[in-house]
Design a protein around this ligand. Structure first.
Ligand code: ADP
Ligand code: ZN
Length: 661
């Protein structure tokens, strides 16, 4: 009898490399096949990484237990992508594979009375709208790029018809029989976008996000792996699905920071999308009205091709932006709507139009304290204040989810009725607006009131039907929605994102406020935006008031270049975390002693993380700042290899960090 073949299988578990197993089956192994293998004392899923493995030096190998060949193998282009990504992010290859094999139940034996979903491929490809000549030119560039890797940036003001334009490329891709994926930043709230895609491409349009039911997830995953699903609209995790024939990747709102995954494998989905497309040899379209400085730089250096849509579609024009100098407005304490804003709201409501009051802070008040002793309510698991939520009647931590009912008395001084909310959240602004405009129909739109897609869809529907006239919203309101009767946006605290040491603070504030402002005046009436600010001379405020995007980008880029920050240099962070404070510190000290010294690399720290205690973990940070051409991954790998962490201590690597907490 011939000796059985040996294959390399990558287990779907946080291990760095594939392992050799014997192949006991008559039919030969195929690279990419999904299999079941023994691992330690468990049985896990895996993927045949190579059909030729090395026989062991001693001892016997274990057998592959089962092959799942009802599904086609994991495509080779996805395997190369995952390998590249593990290397880039310094993550175990098996942990990265887990992002693709995110639905292990897909391999369970099929349920007897399973749900059947169908994903019809759209027929024909005619557009329901007639594109303007500029839009048509843009669409032609995108469409003619299909069939090969090309990184494209669709850069156009809010309301320019970017979605219409990239839908042309999707239609062409589907007409060629290939699959397309569109990534969106807030997928659960994107019912409106889904509806638009359904209208155009039919029922084969499929959502992918964490809120799907287990049965839908399982059937959808399998259908994608079989190549049956034409178009997936998804959160960043949709990038890793095992598309059989990927022909187009779209990243809408590419500048959005929620594309950065900061848990488990740390990655930026926009950057990974470009590599995914390169490996699949298809175009990737990055879409934004406010492209990231990284993206702008890539265009400048000829790495990405820009396609512009400079004007709003039809008669809609960009809103007039006015800075409200809060140093001159007279407000009683406990109120946040300036007299100027109140006047504008009155006038807008009188015209039967809608108002958005924007504040990027959930809940009622960001801090609660005792008036008599000054006690502040802090999370027991995190170094953070508890946020008061009036609707949910509780104090809540926005980092770990801890919550407790508001106590009847102060736990420190036992004073009764001494607790006061400090500062506003959206609920408090809604309270103020309801008092000031008693006849207006008003609602809070935040991730708390739009928790389920159904709630979100219902609220959006109410706005569209004009059953609501004042919306008080967080950043969930900034994105994608198209409300033609919304003509006034008041940003309550335009300065809120500018404090703190984040290198991207100005850029992000500009992007967010620009996007919020873009909600206004998308229909036949011109929109108006009021930015309440204490620093009207700040470059971000000036840029927004004068729509001077190019000037702003120029100064921001010059600043980054002068300081060597991205996109002109590289950053990476090490976060050391453990439940035991002493062990976390010891491992940090060991790392400090082994710190890499090299030309072109600067290591800052160690320092306690700004969130020094998070979810019950004590945390330290190092920040690595390197020249653009410095091999930062190699330096980190060598560094980590030189020390042994104390037990229970985790060292997380974050390449290209966006959060410095
Ligand atoms: P963006 O994605 O750039 O913000 P959208 O694609 O959402 O812009 O377009 C804004 C609005 O204008 C949408 O309601 C869209 O249907 C409409 N629109 C855009 N282009 C056209 C067109 N050529 N004909 C008719 N309506 C259009
Ligand atoms: Zn907490």
């Amino acid at each position: 009898m011939a000796t059985p073949a040996v294959v390399l299988v990558l287990p779907c578990a946080p291990l760095a490399k594939p392992y050799s197993y014997t192949w006991p089956f008559a039919r030969p192994a195929i690279a990419g096949q999904y299999v079941q293998i023994p691992l330690g004392n468990r049985i896990v899923l895996g993927v045949v990484w190579d059909t030729v493995g090395a026989p062991p030096a001693k001892g016997a190998l274990k057998d592959v237990l089962r092959v799942f060949d009802e599904l086609p193998p994991l495509p080779a282009t996805l395997r190369t992508f995952l390998t590249w990504m593990a290397d880039y992010t310094i993550s175990p290859l098996g942990a990265v594979l887990k992002l693709s094999l995110s639905v292990p139940t897909a391999f369970d034996d099929p349920p007897k009375r399973g749900k059947t979903l169908s994903f019809p491929w759209p027929e024909g490809r005619s557009s329901p709208t007639t594109l303007s000549p500029t839009q048509q030119d843009a669409a032609t560039v995108l469409t003619s790029s299909l069939g090969q890797f090309s990184p494209l940036v669709l850069d156009g003001v809010t309301g320019a018809g970017k979605t219409e334009v990239y839908s042309e490329a999707i239609a062409a891709c589907l007409a060629q029989g290939q699959q397309a994926v569109v990534l969106l930043p807030e997928i659960a709230l994107s019912a409106g976008m889904l509806e638009r895609f359904r209208q155009r491409f039919g029922e084969g349009v499929t959502l992918w996000h964490s809120g799907l039911t287990p049965a839908t997830r399982r059937e959808t995953w399998k259908a994608i792996a079989r190549g049956d699903v034409p178009l997936v609209i998804g959160a960043r995790s949709a990038l890793f699905l095992p598309y059989q024939s990927l022909g187009l990747v779209v990243v809408d709102e590419e500048h959005d920071s929620s594309y950065k995954q900061e848990d488990g494998v740390h990655y930026h989905a926009r950057d990974m999308a470009v590599v995914r497309a390169r490996e699949a040899d298809c175009p990737v379209i990055l879409v934004s009205a406010t492209p990231a400085l990284e993206t702008i730089t890539n265009i400048k250096h000829g790495r990405y091709t820009a396609v512009h849509l400079p004007d709003r579609h039809g008669s809609a024009v960009l809103p007039a932006v006015t800075l409200v100098d809060m140093r001159r407005e007279v407000l009683p304490s406990g109120e946040w709507l300036s007299p100027t804003a109140r006047q504008a709201i009155t006038a807008t409501l009188a015209r039967d139009q809608q108002v958005l009051l924007f504040l990027n802070r959930r809940g009622y008040a960001p801090l609660t304290l005792c008036r008599s002793c000054g006690h502040r309510f802090e999370c027991p698991n995190c170094s953070a204040w508890l946020v008061q939520h009036k609707q949910k009647k509780r104090l809540q931590c926005h980092h770990c989810g801890y919550h407790a009912p508001p106590p009847a008395q102060c736990p420190a001084c036992k004073g009764e009725d001494t607790l006061t909310p400090c500062g506003p959240g959206v609920e408090r602004i809604a309270e103020e607006a309801a008092l000031a405009f008693p006849s207006a129909q008003l609602a809070v739109l935040s991730s708390d009131t739009m928790e389920s897609p159904q709630d979100a869809a219902q609220l959006i529907e109410q706005v569209q039907q004009k059953q609501l006239s004042i919306l008080v919203g967080t950043q969930v309101m900034a994105k994608g929605h198209h409300f033609p009767a919304l003509t006034l946006v008041v940003v309550l605290d335009a300065d809120v994102g500018l404090s703190g040491g984040d290198i991207r603070a100005a850029e992000r504030t500009w992007q967010l406020l620009h996007q919020v402002a873009g909600r206004s005046g998308r229909g036949e009436w011109k929109g108006q935006v009021l930015l309440q600010t204490y620093i009207p001379d700040h470059p971000v405020m000036q840029t927004l008031a004068h729509h001077d995007r190019n000037g702003f980008l120029k100064t921001q880029l010059a600043e980054r270049q002068a300081t060597g920050f991205p996109p002109f240099g590289r950053l990476a962070a090490l976060i050391i975390a453990a439940p035991d404070a002493r062990r976390a510190e010891q491992t940090t000290q060991a790392l400090a002693r082994a710190m890499p010294l090299a030309k072109g690399l600067e290591v800052l720290g160690p320092a306690p993380a700004p969130l020094a205690y998070l979810k019950g973990q004590h945390r330290w940070r190092f920040l690595l700042k390197a020249r653009k051409d410095f091999p930062i991954q190699r330096a980190i790998r060598d560094w980590l290899g030189a020390i042994k962490p104390e037990s229970g201590v985790k060292i997380q690597v974050d390449i290209d960090p966006y959060s410095f907490l």
